[in-house]
Design a binder for this molecule. Structure first.
Ligand code: UT7
Length: 332
């Protein structure tokens, strides 16, 4: 640590799910699929789906409250809220609604969009404000309701995604527990995974045309994204470990974005990590995009598996395309 800079600690976690679960069997009544195909190809058993009355802000606020309370703080202690999401309630941003809902009156709040890498990018962004001494307590939330933007007639995507929210509180401290990070983007592969805006021209007056449109359902080249994930994720983890002077076996836990069990298995094999150290909860939640890593983290903390002092490697990857990794030590 450079003189005058603060270190970063990870001191609390929370998560929240909407109530309704949609099992693979139920989905096979919606599209031509089966529990056997979904389970064997992805490891997903069910996903949660928000109904028309449920909002991202309420779900994110629930996860945020859990994280603040396990950090033994009050909402007034929070200086900054970063909400990583691609599915806001309001395109102008949803973080301020969360700020109001939890009563974090002192906090500045903004959204960050980096799809399934959003939580990892959010943690790295938060760390910059803490390390420079700008803020003491930062809440990073990953929340997505991808079910809003799924094409329920497209079996190649609708079986994968689910809804949820997870959060962590990061705090300034003397000894830095953020051991390393890397972030990457490759926009040349942008067309592999999209939730794209499409517009029509609206003539206003002679020579002036505006546009009016909407976002269209998620499209994905699954095979291409799979190839990208199994090559880039181990690479970014190895690079981050190397720069931190660590090796994979130093890590107590590997928490990857929960996209596909086969991706988790391939990355663990490449890093030579035993399956017991690889956190997997996609059987219960599916792929919840920016929420998947903080939900998994919170569940493992609440089960008492992740303990203070444990070293955790995280990696998010997805649309953009974007990918990144964070190495941290859990606890105050
Ligand atoms: O969160 C962002 C990051 N996203 C990811 O990391 C996703 C990465 N990609 C994947 O996880 C996998 O590519 C998928 C799970 C999306 C697909 O698995 P796959 O083993 O790559 O399947 P595939 O696309 O090669 O399709 C194999 C077959 C096809 O039939 P044919 O052409 O072999 O006759 C598909 O039509 O499986 C068929 N198929 C299905 N069958 C039953 C595709 N989706 C389904 C389905 N149910 N839901």
């Amino acid at each position: 640590m450079i003189n005058g800079e603060a270190g970063v600690a990870f001191i609390g976690s929370g998560s929240a799910q909407v109530e309704t679960a949609l099992s693979n069997d139920m989905l096979s009544r919606v599209v031509d699929t089966s529990d056997e195909w979904i389970s064997s190809r992805t490891g997903i058993g069910q996903r949660h789906v928000a109904n028309g009355d449920e909002s991202l802000a309420v779900l994110a606020a629930q996860a945020a409250k859990g994280a603040i309370s396990t950090a033994n703080l009050t909402p007034d202690d929070i200086d900054l809220i970063i909400l990583a999401t691609s599915t806001p309630d309001d395109l102008f941003g949803t973080a301020c609604q969360v700020q109001a809902a939890i009563g974090a009156t002192r906090a500045v709040a903004f959204d960050l969009t980096a799809a399934c890498s959003g939580f990892v990018f959010g943690v790295v962004t938060a760390a910059q404000f803490i390390r420079t001494g700008t803020y003491q307590n930062v809440l990073v939330i990953g929340a997505d309701l991808l079910s809003r933007w799924v094409d329920w007639e497209d079996r190649t995507t609708c079986v994968l995604f689910g809804d949820g929210a997870g959060a962590v509180v990061m705090q300034a401290c003397d000894r830095d527990r953020l051991l390393g990070f890397e972030m990457h983007s490759d926009g040349t592969l942008n067309g592999c995974l999209n939730l794209a805006y499409t517009a029509q021209s609206v003539p206003l007056v002679d020579g002036v045309t505006a546009q009016k449109g909407t976002f269209t359902a998620i499209t994905m080249n699954g095979r291409e994204v799979y190839r990208f994930a199994v090559s880039r994720v181990p690479e970014v983890l190895e690079k981050t470990l190397f720069h931190a002077g660590l090796v994979a076996s130093d890590m107590d836990w590997l928490i990857l974005h929960q996209a596909n069990q086969r991706i988790l298995d391939a990355v663990a094999k490449r890093l030579n990590l035993p399956a017991e150290r690889v956190v997997s909860n996609m059987a219960k939640h599916g792929n919840t995009s920016a929420a998947s890593i903080p939900i998994a983290l919170d569940e493992w903390v609440r089960m008492g598996k992740i303990q203070p002092g444990h070293k955790i490697a995280m990696s998010g990857f997805g649309a953009g395309l974007t990918w990144g990794a964070v190495l941290l030590e859990w606890g105050r």
